[in-house]
Design a protein around this ligand. Structure first.
Ligand code: ROI
Length: 165
């Protein structure tokens, strides 16, 4: 069933070391991954940090890939991009140079030791749902229903469209 590939949605986030540049360069890296291409990308959004206070605001975006990579191979590829851009696995929910989350993979639900899809927090995170709504307004989140309805249940005021991005 994977011969022609699947659509996968990736959440991007950064709040350290020139966050806009981190996210833009990760989008380029996603486009260069083997076995796929970048299909669509959202604008860049600024968002208030979820997690410990006192950290800088985040830049967030969502991308859609068309990929023939299996989910765990795609996860490996995302972690390589994070590592190449200097991500260190540091403080839980603390500031980060680059976070790439595999949000959705086709319409699938996946529960593995290393990977849960849909991403288990995405349905309550405005900084994921708002950019996702820009590129896939009619999508359903498996197990959670229409994105349009989820968007009504989150505080969208924590997320703002960034100019020139
Ligand atoms: N908060 C925001 N606003 N955006 C993120 O991408 C983000 N990523 C995280 C935590 C620390 C949960 N907070 C975030 O990993």
């Amino acid at each position: 069933m994977n011969g022609s590939g699947e659509s996968a949605y990736i959440g991007l986030g950064s709040n350290l070391h020139d966050p806009r540049r981190q996210v833009e360069s990760a989008l380029q890296a996603l486009d260069r991954l083997p076995g796929g291409s970048l299909d669509a990308r959202s604008s860049l959004y600024g968002s208030s940090p979820l997690g410990p206070p006192g950290q800088p605001d985040y830049v967030n975006a969502v991308a859609r890939l068309h990929t023939t990579l299996a989910p765990l191979d795609l996860l490996d590829a995302l972690q390589s991009i994070e590592a190449a851009q200097g991500r260190r696995r540091d403080m839980h929910w603390g500031p980060r140079t680059l976070d790439l989350d595999l949000l959705l993979y086709g319409g699938r639900r996946i529960v593995e030791r290393r990977l849960v899809v849909p991403h288990p927090e995405m349905h309550r995170r405005a900084f994921v749902l708002v950019p996702l709504g820009e590129i896939a307004p009619d999508i359903d989140i498996p197990g959670h229903g229409p994105l349009r309805e989820l968007l009504e249940s989150v505080d969208r005021s924590t997320v703002r469209l960034l100019r020139d991005g």
